[in-house]
Design a protein around this ligand. Structure first.
Ligand SMILES: [Zn+2]
Length: 90
């Protein structure tokens, strides 16, 4: 059963409530009895957030790798051409 985090906008209490996904979100605060509970983004929401983050990182690292490859390709000839000229000047 998923855990849902709730915060009471009336008394500020934060709590985790277990209930099934098919159940309606709880609204009554067990602390003060007010119908002021709001469900915080956690559990399922956090996974979704993490998932999109992973994709973003994946995307970035992929383009970064491509850039690194291009940079290596570009710096390789200039690196090898500058190396033999160094000992010869010595
Ligand atoms: Zn409350």
């Amino acid at each position: 059963m998923p855990t849902y985090e709730y915060r009471c906008s009336s008394c500020g209490a934060e709590m985790e409530i277990f209930h099934s996904m098919t159940e309606d979100a709880r609204t009554k605060c067990p602390e003060c009895g007010e119908e002021a509970l709001t469900r915080l983004i956690s559990a399922g929401g956090a996974v979704l957030f993490k998932g999109s983050g992973f994709y973003e990182t994946d995307y970035r690292s992929d383009s970064y790798k491509a850039g690194e490859k291009a940079a290596k390709k570009d710096s390789k000839p200039s690196d090898s051409s500058s190396k033999p000229s160094e000992p010869s000047s010595d």
